[in-house]
Design a protein around this ligand. Structure first.
Ligand code: AMP
Length: 216
């Protein structure tokens, strides 16, 4: 499968992309994770990206497009990929078309996760993320067994600085302004499938499975 998971921050794209890629055997290409890794290791890219990320703004298109191009050249993508957090602007969507065409690849589906804004705000401000494996927790609805420690790998959980309320509001505004047009871009091409991002992780996984069934 070659799919895009589209939707606002906090919709569950990352959690579902991790599951789907493991199930399908392809590569999860999560631009946010790639940028956070660059920030953590202190590379030039990380240094440049950090100020945009901390402000809840988008990192410039050319930087992100370069990253995705490199990821698409990794051998694991032969079994497919799940793009998670990309494309976020029309320019990125158009660039992705070129990247895929150059490689003779076609998109199978774009899955849009729908979640009301009030719930997104609640999910993100209560979200904790594992520094090691990236797994997400919600302090109230899916807390870790031991506070601050990842159930899966024992890594330390942290609160992303861009998950503070003011920055979350900014990110939701950026989504409305820059990413909503991307939805229509794929709807017009008949690639879009919508799923509800509400409910349990298993329920959403099941909706994603149905939305990505071949021949749909
Ligand atoms: P995410 O983990 O997907 O919520 O991304 C965290 C932050 O990384 C975003 O708020 C942006 O600053 C940056 N980022 C991630 N993906 C992109 C993208 N496709 N285009 C521009 N900025 C991005």
């Amino acid at each position: 499968m070659r799919v895009i998971f589209l939707g606002p921050p906090g919709a569950g794209k990352g959690t579902q992309a991790r599951r789907a890629a493991a199930q399908w055997g392809g590569l999860q290409i999560a631009t946010g994770d790639m940028l956070r890794e660059a920030v953590a290791t202190g590379t030039e890219l990380g240094r440049q990206a950090k100020r945009y990320m901390d402000a809840g703004e988008l990192v410039p298109d050319d930087v992100i497009i370069g990253l995705v191009g490199e990821a698409l050249d990794r051998p694991e993508t032969r079994q497919g990929f799940v793009l998670d957090g990309f494309p976020r602007t029309l320019a990125q969507a158009e660039a992705l078309d070129r990247l895929l065409e150059e490689r003779g690849l076609k998109l199978d589906r774009v899955v849009l996760f729908r979640v009301p804004d009030a719930e997104l705000l609640d999910r993100l401000t209560a979200r904790r993320v594992c520094r090691e494996c990236g797994r997400n927790y919600h302090l109230k609805f899916s807390p870790p067994l031991r506070p601050g420690v990842c159930d899966a790998c024992g890594g330390t959980l942290y609160h992303r600085t861009d998950d503070e309320e003011a920055t979350v509001r900014r990110r939701l505004g950026v989504y409305d302004r820059d990413t909503r047009p991307v939805i229509d871009y794929y709807r017009r091409r008949g690639l879009l499938e919508e799923v509800s991002g509400e409910g349990t992780v298993d329920q959403v996984s099941e909706a994603v499975r149905r939305a990505t069934e071949p021949g749909r």
